[in-house]
Design a protein around this ligand. Sequence first.
Ligand SMILES: [Fe+2]
Length: 510
Amino acid sequence: MSAHLLQRVRHDLVPGDHPYLNGAWAPVFEEWADDDCPVQGHIPQDLDGVYLRNTENPLHTPLGLYHPFDGDGMLCALRLHHGRAAFRNRFVRTRGFVDEQDVGRSLWSGIAQMPPLSERPGWGAHGALKDSSSTDVCVFAGRALSSFYQCGELYAADPVSLDPQGAVGWGGHFPRSGVSAHAQVDPATQSLLWFGHARQAPHLQCGTTGADGEVSQVCEVPLPGPRLPHAMMFTRHWYVLNDFPLFWDPDLLTRNLFVARMHDLPSRFALVPRSSPAQNPSQRRGGPAGCAPADIRWFEASPTYALHFVQAREDGEEVILDGYRQQCPCPPPLAGAPAEYARMMAFLDLDSLRPQLWRWRFNLRTGATQEGPLDDMVCEFGCVHAPDPDHAARYVYSMLGEPGWFLFRGLVKLDLQAGTRQTVAFGPGVFGSELRFVPRPGARSEDDGWLLTLVTDVGRGRSEGLIYAAQNLAVGPIARIRLPLRIPSGTHACWAGAAELTVPARRAVL
Ligand SMILES: [Fe+2]
């Protein structure tokens, strides 16, 4: 057998009856490797790279109420090369992870616990949470970088072995208030575009870091108070940030209670120039470039909340943004759920939030916003063919939610040009993670490539990597790759092709 156990980590978790500590979300406590995973079907010879996925995998009995976004970060890497597959899963060695391994129990409570019961100061926008680095992962300058949605460090790892490489420092310019999940790599400039939000001013900032680890720009974006942005996008000339009216109630926040609610405000989007001669007053001389507040363009739109976006581009005098606009961003408690979990479960349920693919058009000349749906299907967590800064993708691949749960029961391929959809179900009790589309080398059409995901089969207690041919979803996966352990369900993922797996000669500053 090529599969072998790497390590068993310290844990003391008692899951009880918590819906997100059992079933598809039951955590694991082992790290495994398999250098030659069993395959049913075939892996295309020219599919060469690594599918990386992050997820929340708690190791210790929670202090107070557990939320599934609290769990410790665990990366999975599925390396595909020459028609074969290798797998690793490793926990992210955050500072909080190490401290809790030392004592063998939880030291921080989670986002649903009010007031917090944390025994040590926390990180990020909330201030009392452990930075779990469990939300997102990208590959930048040859390294996997994991990140946390409430802001924190960016933890580096080898993208194939997942060997930990510590938190990045960027030559002393890493933001003190941390960086959010959903930093984006711009392939045109080989740079990382990132943002962070904070309870104290500046409440929002964004910036750019080069492959050499040099921070070239930091922009402070003025906001009237703390907000809860989850993702950003960019175009050739702009960062695209948001200020949605769903944010922590300011009065309750003064009592250290973190209750998100809708406020009677419009949605706002900020277009922040990626190059600006201005210097922020708070930047020290000789540091990164800044951005003058007057250079930021603001646009209003109908009230909503959006977790994720799929593409943004410039077209003449317009900036166009596609993402998942929630029709019900502050849903009532989930009917039928246990009372203590019902509010949390509603905020995790796509059927409650009802996101649909939406297009916002920001006119730079008039300052007006036009907006409307691209489709009315409830879906989220999407991707397109490698985003093109000048052209809209025709096909968007999204995940379909399991009703009542933060679980993905299948996928949908939307053809925005023809107005058609094709859906795929993973099967009863089988749940996937965010898709990544990988173009076939030499592809002549936008959907000529593969879709990758990791699935967990709750009934059989096992997990697989699945590869679909994006042009022929009806035949099902062309490869099923058996993983050496059952992994919990997970969300965000990325794909890095073989050329992206090498650290550049001029090494990025950690
Ligand atoms: Fe996210």
